[in-house]
Write a protein that binds this ligand. Structure first.
Ligand SMILES: CCC(=O)SCCNC(=O)CCNC(=O)[C@H](O)C(C)(C)COP(=O)(O)OP(=O)(O)OC[C@H]1O[C@@H](n2cnc3c(N)ncnc32)[C@H](O)[C@@H]1OP(=O)(O)O
Length: 635
């Protein structure tokens, strides 16, 4: 099929409001918006400012009203527990209605926050949809974060309720969630009134009397009593959720997602970008703790009337590197999303892709990759192994849906390896130099998006309009700063090259080196430190910490390094993948005292580097190179 991309993008550019007004017709509204965009409200304007709707209604009730109740909403595929289960739209709605009634009985009202800290089980999605049903704001916290990170989020959003589970299952170990939750609540200044705990068979959690409530018991009781909560009409501009993402400090940023624009954008993207029709099976192999889990495990597929796979497993080891292909064949997946790290892990164990041949992938049409840079080698390997288009695309927690990509739904454009292709309708992506001037095609600069951002993107940060403005809008007035560096070529293809801040990407997880430095520096023997991301063949990047020890300390450096590694795991969580801490005599700095992190990174990554003109003492770089080489890094 010839690509309709240029025509559709031009139609959006000619009449953005007309474009989104038409897209909004695919959503059911309790009160249809008469205005499409109000540039005077919010931080840069608000979408559908006078519309009223409900996300849960659009995800569930309306499909059932249209006769789709028996279709599977979710397929729960859990190789780590050996379970596989289909959950129909009707069955899901029944649980969601009852849980929403439980929330109401616990005093949760429209606008109240519910923190969800759960593994990849259907109850996590039920908890999200039940919050949406009553107009409560959910905030999902990824299970790989430590208690301290959970506490920071509970405090920031002042959660009235926490929904959690007794445990998660990681290969080879059971992760007890409840002790982490108890520690988090102990540490938090704000105490949630109640915790709803889903007890899993593999591990029972100890309950705190008066505060903790058994999820299954209370849900069954609500169902037996016929208790159900109706869908609350919420303003299109009301928040559906807050999702925290790494900031440049230990305080994460609470990305706000509104209700109406989010649904309009996701529904449009399911059909036009991913090319998935209602009734088809879509699989985003990620976690509900990340934005892709929100957008494309839960909300996008359900808004589209599709079936979504909820996968509790890993690309390898559960049980083998064929597990993705097995699930695609077994459930008739048409389109899948995963992170490049997952493919690299599979390739490492099965370089010849011999597991693919074991399965019938005839219904599989496309594989989408995002979350980190997709290296051309991995894309080519997957194309050859799977025989379907493998499509890199680029977006952020903040945008909520793809900014640039090759839209299957509009007909594919030629692929340029290393580029996530072209900006999607809604996004006017530009490249500016540091002074804010546009650069010529092919020139590296700051990747920005001309305001207003389209529906679905963040309107602000939770309770932090000032921080939102300072972080995203201030540096390039009239534009949203992505904090990515890249270029656009002569054909309009976007290339994303690096971050412009201290965020690193570890296995598709966005992590702040600043936050890790805060933890390293809190060790009593550490005088100062620097954390950088170094290249890793599997995870893309991994963090490495350089520690200067207090002069009066005579302990073995290896001991301190081990303690610091443990401290980061304890404070931030295993997701940080912080395994390398190295004691050094001194850190290289400029004469004004700025640590030369970028130069250390280049040495570690064996990239060409130049002696910075402002360096205070060049000999320190030789010392750093020596220590790195002794550890086998950068050699
Ligand atoms: C486009 C917009 C976006 O960017 S949205 C974000 C997109 N990113 C993603 O979808 C993430 C992609 N990455 C992954 O799914 C995983 O990293 C994959 C590839 C599956 C590999 O997983 P895994 O082998 O566990 O490695 P990892 O680096 O993720 O984990 C590091 C340590 O953390 C642990 N962990 C992981 N998840 C949990 C969890 N839910 N609960 C508790 N612990 C968890 C892992 O077990 C691992 O621990 P350890 O250090 O080995 O002991």
């Amino acid at each position: 099929m010839a690509s309709r991309y240029s025509e559709v993008y031009a139609a959006w550019k000619a009449d953005p409001e007309g474009f989104w007004a038409k897209a909004a017709q695919a959503i059911d509204w309790f009160e249809k918006p008469r205005r499409i965009f109000d540039a005077e409200r919010g931080t840069y304007g608000l979408w559908f400012p006078d519309g009223f709707t409900n996300t849960c209604y659009n995800c569930l009730d309306r499909h059932i009203a249209a006769g789709g109740g028996e279709q599977a909403a979710f397929i729960y595929d859990s190789p780590v527990t050996g379970r596989s289960e289909k959950i129909s739209y009707e069955g899901l709605l029944s649980d969601v209605k009852a849980l929403a009634a439980v929330y109401r009985k616990l005093g949760v009202e429209k606008g109240d926050r519910i923190v969800i800290y759960m593994p990849m089980i259907p109850e996590a999605a039920v908890a999200m949809l039940a919050a949406a049903r009553i107009g409560a704001v959910h905030s999902v916290v990824f299970g790989g974060f430590a208690a301290n990170e959970l506490a920071v989020r509970v405090d920031d959003c002042k959660a009235k309720l926490v929904v959690s589970a007794s445990c998660g299952i990681e290969p080879g170990r059971t992760v007890a969630y409840k002790p982490l939750l108890d520690q988090a609540i102990e540490a938090a200044r704000h105490k949630p009134a109640h915790c709803l705990i889903f007890q899993r068979d593999m591990l029972a959690a100890n309950m705190v009397p008066g505060r903790d409530i058994d999820f299954s018991e209370v849900l069954a009781a609500a169902k037996a009593a016929g208790e159900e909560a109706p869908c609350a009409p919420v303003a299109a501009t009301d928040p559906l959720y807050v999702l925290y993402t790494s900031g440049t400090t230990g305080q994460p940023k609470g990305v706000v997602r509104d209700t109406g624009g989010h649904m309009v954008a996701l529904k449009w993207s399911m059909e036009n970008f991913f090319g998935v029709r209602p009734g088809e099976v879509f699989w985003a192999a990620s976690d509900i703790g990340w934005v892709v889990g929100h957008s494309y495990i839960v909300y996008g597929p359900l808004l589209n009337g599709s079936t979504s796979i909820l996968f509790e497993g890993k690309p390898v080891g559960t049980p083998d590197p064929g597990t993705y292909w097995r699930a695609i064949a077994e459930h008739g997946v048409t389109v899948m999303f995963t992170a490049p790290t997952a493919l690299r892990a599979i390739r490492k164990e099965d370089p010849a892709a011999s597991h693919v041949a074991r399965y019938d992938l005839s219904r599989f049409r496309a594989l989408y990759l995002a979350g980190e840079r997709a290296d051309p080698d991995t894309i080519r390997w997957a194309e050859q192994a799977l025989g379907v288009p493998v499509i890199d695309h680029w977006w952020q927690t903040e945008t909520g849906w793809p900014v640039a990509g090759n839209a299957v739904g509009l007909g594919l454009l030629p692929v340029k390896y290393g580029s996530p292709a072209v900006p999607l309708p809604g996004y006017d992506v530009q490249i500016l130099d540091d002074a804010g001037h546009p650069v010529t095609p092919g020139t590296l600069g700051n990747v920005v998006i001309k305001l207003p951002l389209p529906p679905g993107c963040l309107p602000t940060l939770w309770n932090a309009d000032g921080r939102f403005h300072a972080a995203y809008l201030e540096e390039f007035p009239g534009y949203y700063k992505t904090a990515d560096a890249g270029y656009i070529d002569e054909d309009g293809y976007v290339f994303i090259m690096a971050r412009t801040d201290d965020i690193i990407n570890v296995a598709g997880h966005r992590l702040s080196t600043g936050a890790m430095e805060e933890v390293c520096a809190s060790h009593p023997d550490v005088a100062e430190c620097a954390v950088i991301g170094i290249a890793d063949p599997l995870k893309g990047q991994v963090p490495a910490g350089f520690l200067v020890i207090n002069s009066n300390v005579s302990r073995e450096p290896a001991e301190i390094e081990k303690e610091v590694v443990g401290l980061v795991r304890e404070r931030i969580g295993p997701v940080a993948a912080f395994r390398t801490a190295i004691c050094v005599k001194r850190l290289p700095k400029t004469r004004s005292g700025k640590i030369l992190r970028a130069t250390i990174q280049k040495i570690a990554d064996r990239q060409p580097w130049k002696m910075p003109a402002t360096i205070d003492d060049p000999a320190i770089l030789d010392e750093i190179a020596e220590v790195l080489h002794a550890k086998g890094i950068g050699v």
